[in-house]
Design a protein around this ligand. Structure first.
Ligand SMILES: [Zn+2]
Length: 156
């Protein structure tokens, strides 16, 4: 099935393909063990990279989505909004299904997104000796992935 992507989403996918392959080669050479990479396209049109950071202390782990969103915030301030975010694995896997944001990241994407924000999930697969990047690409509306967001209680 042909996926209906906007011009901006096509640019994000092309950027993510190139950067994921570069990251994968770098990762292999320095032994990183990241599990996911993410690319945020902000409303400004700029793209920010993020990579999952895993520590020996699990509560200190940082998801790739959070890293990419933090990079957007650092560059554009807290008023920045996410137009689209693409998540994928940093190395080829055996599955045809791309990764999905965890619950915490769905909240963060919702908080810094708009009702039009999209989430793209790309499968990076290994078929025999071949690497096929984004053999499967799925598109979701961020607000539909997280329809009832957490709202902090305000105490008097
Ligand atoms: Zn996450």
């Amino acid at each position: 099935m042909k996926l209906d992507l906007t011009k901006d989403e096509k640019r994000l996918v092309a950027y993510a393909k190139k950067k994921t392959l570069l990251n994968c080669k770098k990762r292999k050479s320095n032994g990183l063990c990241d599990q996911l990479v993410a690319f945020v396209l902000s409303e400004s049109g700029k793209i920010y990279d993020g990579v999952c950071f895993e520590s020996e202390l699990p509560t200190t782990n940082i998801c790739g989505e959070a890293h990419a969103i933090a990079n957007m915030m650092m560059a554009e301030t807290k008023v920045a909004k996410i137009k689209s975010i693409l998540v994928t694995s940093p190395f080829p896997r055996e599955t045809d299904k791309g990764p999905m944001p965890c619950g915490k990241c769905r909240h963060t994407i919702h908080e810094f997104g708009t009702p039009k924000t999209t989430v793209l999930s790309g499968a990076f697969v290994k078929k025999g000796k071949d690497w096929i990047i984004f053999s499967q690409l799925d598109k979701y509306n961020a607000f539909k992935l997280y329809p009832n967001p957490y709202v902090q209680t305000k105490w008097d």
